[in-house]
Design a protein around this ligand. Structure first.
Ligand SMILES: [Zn+2]
Length: 267
């Protein structure tokens, strides 16, 4: 992170000129003054509604929104309103699950990204909270938008990029709604964690590649590795995890933007 210290200093002026980093809380006159002259980076959190063990069905939106808000000041970025609906996979059968078809999601996301490019953002970063087919769609749409609108786009799945942070903080791998994701939500808002409803039988390790496939998946807590990622509730670890994830994600985005600038790409 130290390598980007100077870059961070250059970002300070926005704080004095903008009352908020939330795009939807700015008015059109403020946006006209700020984008892209004072800030050219937008963080777009994306999620879905799906069962998540003992955390909220909207966890995949709760997590990237909080993450984007924590990252924004260090990146001199604005935060777009979260896209809470997405392409839920084999957990859509659980109560409260909702999925948007690819046929609807793909053009919707393409219009959103194109819209942000037209507003004037040069760096559009999708902070994605939900994997599966949604990731592939976002990757494709972001690349296409970048090429067509001559903007730089990045899509990051925070839990995958930070899997080493999971190992470091918890001493084991995590899972969908496993200890890591549950801890991330616990750090954001402990009230979203219903620990009294938890027991280890709510978790199932995913099958080895090609071994088995079930619909619906038999648990909403899907462990990446057998015997690892069962939820334990530790507020200090949860907060350390959140902090380390924010730091690693911020470092990635800062480095990629610096390298886009260095390459002179779509300046
Ligand atoms: Zn999730």
């Amino acid at each position: 992170m130290r390598r980007y210290a100077l870059f961070f200093c250059a970002w300070l002026p926005l704080a004095a000129q903008s009352p908020t980093r939330e795009l939807a809380e700015l008015n059109w006159m403020e946006i006209r003054e700020l984008v892209p002259a004072k800030t050219a980076t937008l963080l777009l959190p994306t999620g879905t509604l799906e069962a998540h063990g003992v955390i909220n069905n909207g966890a995949d939106a709760t997590a990237p929104l909080a993450l984007a808000r924590a990252m924004a000041p260090k990146l001199n970025a604005l935060v777009a309103p979260v896209v809470p609906y997405g392409v839920t996979g084999s957990l859509d059968a659980y109560a409260g699950g909702l999925t948007i078809s690819e046929a609807a999601y793909r053009p919707y996301m393409a219009d959103l990204l194109a819209g942000f490019a037209k507003i004037g953002f040069r760096n559009i970063v999708v902070v994605n909270g939900h994997g599966g087919p949604q990731t592939a769609i976002l990757n494709e749409v972001a690349e296409k938008t970048g090429r067509e609108h001559r903007v730089r786009t990045l899509v990051v799945n925070w839990w995958t990029y930070c899997s080493d942070v999971t190992l470091k903080v918890f001493g084991e791998d995590g899972g969908h709604a496993g200890w890591n994701e549950t801890a991330f939500i616990q750090a954001i808002d402990p009230k979203l964690v219903r620990r009294e409803r938890y027991n280890d039988a709510l978790a199932t390790p995913r099958g080895a590649e090609g071994a088995w496939s079930a619909y619906p998946f038999p648990s909403s807590i899907i462990l990446y590795k057998p015997g690892q990622g069962y939820v334990r509730f530790d507020q200090a670890k949860a907060e350390a995890y959140f902090k380390a994830v924010v730091e690693k994600m911020t470092g990635l985005v800062a480095e990629i933007i610096a390298k886009w600038d260095q390459a002179g790409a779509f300046k």
